[in-house]
Design a protein around this ligand. Structure first.
Ligand code: ZN
Length: 481
């Protein structure tokens, strides 16, 4: 366990509003060309005045409340001045010394087991700059194009205290944060640029390094793991870790020192003169939060009898939690335990293997599969086979068959009662594996399991394991005699 590791995160999340933070331009630019969602305000033309998007503040307050933060009596927007081509106004409107909210926490499953509180320092609201598109690569390309469709997109920055002790805890924090934002209906993780992370990381007693602009969940764990190894190697050589900013190069999985001059900014923050201070404390009191991941996890355990681990996995993503409840809705008592296992343990693994999203899988078909397993029509092994066919058909956009249809077409129904088929398979397995029979007689552990495996293979996984074990034992005893 890496107990000498100290990690704090700054997470930028896009708030899923219809329009931008200070103008009426639509945030849904995905199917449109560059610079089509712009106006004098988000282009920063002289004389254009920002008008604050009320919904974005409401969304930010929902997050503040869900993360147990205190919304400040007065918060304020400031101008952060710097010159860069993606920043049309030459300043970004953000919050500086008076953020919207401070001092909260988020609970994660800690490395030590049990719940662990990660403290939240502050949450502030800000606008996103535009986006540069480099022709060729950033260093050697002849020119760059700029797209201001993103300029003015509302973001919140969530800053944590340095309470995480490993890359794994950082990932858990991000997963929990993403789930919470999705439950609050303020965030769409599928959108481009919806989440970006800066990580502060140090080895106890050494200087802190900031790794900038990590753009994926997996990237955070990778960047941190790389950085820990790098810093420990520096210390092992008897050198000092420099306090610096580094960039994460996702494709190579390494961090690289940023040229320090480039980052020695003096942002000359000052209060934004075109926007009044915010007094929203009484408003936040009226905000009613939906059921959040922790509450839903507890409910899944109480209502459906899920284990802690299954409940945690199922409620860790809004889509997955909704999927589970749809699968079991027709018969919660009868289906919950089996459905929880098959979704949390099997389905997720099969989806990951195919790099596939949950969306194309319909809960009704999955219920059909769970019912076949519940009724004992198919073995677990055949269940996996049916599921794989179901997923592959959806992945290839083929007409999906019902689970029962797949079982019939592939002849996967259990051989239960069909003792003839099993007996034949057992006789064959033993005859072909005399060595295993001798081992079994010599009392060698594993010989029986080997024979069971052989029979399963011959029956293509359709033999009921209980029945097979019983019959195999009988045959072996007979041969013994
Ligand atoms: Zn605009």
């Amino acid at each position: 366990m890496e107990t000498d590791v100290i990690v704090g995160l700054e997470v930028h999340c896009q708030l899923d509003t219809k329009s931008k933070l200070f103008c009426g331009c639509s945030t849904d630019y995905r199917s449109d060309g560059p610079n089509t969602h712009v106006c004098p305000i988000c282009l920063g033309l002289p004389g254009a005045m920002p008008v604050l998007n009320k919904r974005s503040i409401e969304y930010a307050m929902r997050v503040a409340k869900a993360l147990n933060c205190t919304v400040l009596h007065e918060s304020e927007f400031s101008r952060k001045n710097y010159f860069y081509p993606d920043l049309d106004k030459a300043y970004q409107i953000t919050q500086y010394d008076k953020p919207l909210a401070e001092g909260g926490y988020l609970e994660i499953e800690g490395d030590e087991g049990g719940e662990k509180r990660i403290r939240i320092t502050r949450i502030h609201v800000e606008e996103d700059p535009g986006r540069l598109v480099h022709m060729g690569n950033a260093e050697r390309g002849k020119y760059s194009l700029v797209d201001y469709n993103r300029a003015g997109i509302p973001l919140i920055e969530i800053v944590s205290e340095p309470d995480m002790r490993s890359p794994k805890e950082a990932r858990k924090f991000l997963n929990k944060l993403r789930a919470t934002l999705e439950y609050l209906s303020v965030f769409d993780s599928d959108k481009e640029g919806s989440l970006r992370v800066d990580a502060n990381i140090s080895i106890k007693g050494s200087e802190r390094v900031e790794v900038k602009n990590i753009t994926s969940y997996k990237g955070v764990e990778k960047a941190l793991t790389f950085e820990i190894t790098r810093q420990k190697n520096v210390l092992r050589r008897g050198q000092k870790v420099d306090r610096e900013t580094r960039h994460f190069l996702e494709a190579r999985g390494v961090t690289q020192s940023a040229r320090s001059k480039e980052l020695e900014h003096d942002y000359r923050y000052f209060p934004e003169p075109d926007l009044r201070p915010l007094h929203v404390q009484s408003w936040v009191e009226g905000i009613v939060l939906p059921e959040l991941p922790d509450a839903r996890r507890e409910r899944f355990m109480a209502q459906y009898g899920c284990s802690l681990n299954h409940a945690r996995t199922l409620t860790g993503e809004l889509k997955l939690a909704n999927f589970f409840e749809k699968v079991v809705v027709s018969d919660p008592k009868g289906l919950s335990m089996l459905a929880a296992t098959w979704i949390a343990d099997t389905l997720i693994g099969e989806l990951n293997f195919r790099d596939m999203e949950l969306d194309p899988v319909d809960p009704e078909s999955f219920t059909g599969l769970v019912r076949l397993l519940k009724a004992g029509t198919i073995t677990d092994k055949s269940g996996v086979e049916v599921l794989r066919v179901m997923l592959d058909q959806r992945l290839k956009h083929e007409t999906p068959e019902t689970p029962a249809g797949i079982v019939a077409r592939l002849n996967l129904a259990k051989t239960k009662g069909d003792t003839g088929a099993i007996t034949t398979a057992i006789e064959e397995a033993i005859n072909e594996n005399q060595k295993a029979l001798e081992d079994y007689r010599a009392g060698k552990a594993g010989a029986l399991n080997f024979l069971v495996g052989q029979v399963m293979k011959k029956t293509r996984g359709r033999a009921d394991p209980g029945e097979l074990n019983r019959m195999l034992a009988e045959v072996l005893q007979k041969r013994e005699a």
